[in-house]
Design a protein around this ligand. Structure first.
Ligand code: PMT
Length: 400
């Protein structure tokens, strides 16, 4: 049953659009509410007025509808839903979603959301079997998009094969399964995530640190926990350090983080997102260093910190099945990250350019180059939440 669940239904243009009307009724009968968005071509197949009458809410079509933007806004529209269902989802809509294109209200809402997305593809059999569509579907599945159907059968164009939209009853069943909490792909897996900066004391009141906010580590911990993993979140003193559904271990200096990671082992996966200081002050003062005690600035001697990622990656016994590192570089990203990937011995590496003008430290977005044993790929500019979800889906795929 769908009591209390709000579905954002994206109807794109195809002959199957008429079935979306049945889907609206089925969702309502199951106790859910529906807000519909029609693409421009969907409005050629079904009338926005009929959809509005069925759903009891205006059927939305335009991205720049000022009333809508003032009252709700497309971002809020997609985020306030418990699930976004694109049915029918045309080849065009799926391609836009796979490539992150947003040029109308439907594609913008699909891109601007953390809400789970379900699609019911509907298209001609040749379009469904085209290499480009297959690539797009693989990307969408990897990004965690739920795909229902398509069914095989005779098509409106007279051809036979897969491409018909799944029946509204089957889509409703998939929606109900989604909310019933189908088995989560990382249930039973235990993951360690490090996050935030470390602080290396100079004296009791001064320290050396960096600007990591903990946003990326927190997003990763939450995305893994949402897929059912038990997460031990080991964090330095960060602004964002409270991931939902995770066990939190708070540390200060790199050597404490190393000890906490050691204590948290054994684990199936370890993700090292923390910005760990490479050195600590070898002789921190026990009392506040007094300006009057020195003619020149006081000398600081440094000693190396343990390289936690490298140590765990190269463990001879008890190594997590999957060790994932980050690389924070300022320039020459791919070449430097490739060297770091080889030197650390981890399985995957997410490299980002943290030069100040990119605003990665503390910001909401980043631009990842992902390394694994097959080489590397650019993920492109994304929010940290999207990076976390993509990574969590990859981890889940690794254990399937
Ligand atoms: O916290 P945010 O504001 O959201 O910012 C996110 C981030 C920029 C911190 C994140 O995207 C990121 O890049 N994290 C890695 C930061 C870092 O220290 O990178 P590095 O290239 O110096 O280190 C490489 C890897 O070794 C990292 O996985 C790091 O956690 C690990 N390391 C480094 C040194 C050390 N002594 N021990 C380690 O485990």
């Amino acid at each position: 049953m769908l009591h209390g669940k709000h579905i954002l239904l994206v109807i794109s243009g195809g002959i199957a659009a008429y079935k979306a009307q049945t889907l609206i009724r089925l969702i309502q009968k199951a106790g859910g509410t529906v807000q519909a968005i029609l693409t421009k071509s969907a409005a050629e197949f079904v009338s926005p007025l009929t959809v509005a009458a069925l759903s009891g809410k205006p059927a939305l079509t335009e991205l720049f509808d000022l009333t809508q933007e003032t009252e709700i806004g497309h971002i809020e529209l997609s985020r306030s839903a418990d699930l976004i269902v694109a049915a029918p989802a045309t080849a065009n809509l799926l391609a836009k979603l796979a490539h992150g294109l947003a040029d109308d209200l439907a594609s913008t809402c699909l891109l601007a959301t953390d809400t789970p997305i379900m699609t019911a593809p509907a298209m001609n059999v040749r379009m469904w079997e085209a290499a480009a569509t297959r690539r797009n579907m693989a990307t969408l599945r990897e990004n965690g998009v739920i795909v229902v159907g398509p069914d095989e059968g005779e098509m409106a164009c007279g051809e036979y094969g897969p491409g018909r939209m799944a029946e509204p009853e089957a889509i409703l069943a998939a929606i109900e399964t989604h909310f019933e909490g189908a088995p989560k792909p990382l249930a039973g897996r235990y993951v360690i995530v490090t996050s935030g900066p470390t602080r290396e004391p100079i004296d009791p009141v001064r320290y050396i640190s960096n600007a990591s906010s903990g946003k990326q580590g927190t997003a990763i911990a939450e995305a893994l926990a949402a897929l059912g993993a038990k997460v031990s979140f080991i964090t330095g003193p960060a602004e964002y350090a409270n991931p939902q559904g995770c066990d939190i271990v708070r540390v200060t200096a790199a050597r404490e983080m190393d000890a906490a990671v050691e204590k948290a082992l054994p684990a199936d996966v370890a993700v090292f997102c923390a910005a760990v200081a490479d050195w600590h002050v070898a002789n921190p003062a026990q009392t506040k260093i007094k300006k009057e005690a020195f003619e020149d600035p006081p000398p600081l001697n440094f000693a190396p910190n343990p390289d936690i990622l490298k140590r765990i990656s190269t463990l001879e016994s008890g190594r997590p099945d999957l060790v994932i590192g980050f690389a924070a570089e300022t320039g020459d990203l791919e070449a430097r990250a490739a060297r770091k990937f080889a030197a650390k011995g981890c399985d995957w590496l997410l490299a980002n350019d943290v030069s100040t003008h990119h605003g990665v430290f503390g910001g909401n977005g980043t631009d990842i180059v992902f390394f694994d044993s097959n080489g590397h790929e650019r993920w492109g500019a994304m929010t940290k939440t999207a990076v976390a979800q993509k990574l969590a889906q990859k981890v889940a795929a690794h254990f399937r």
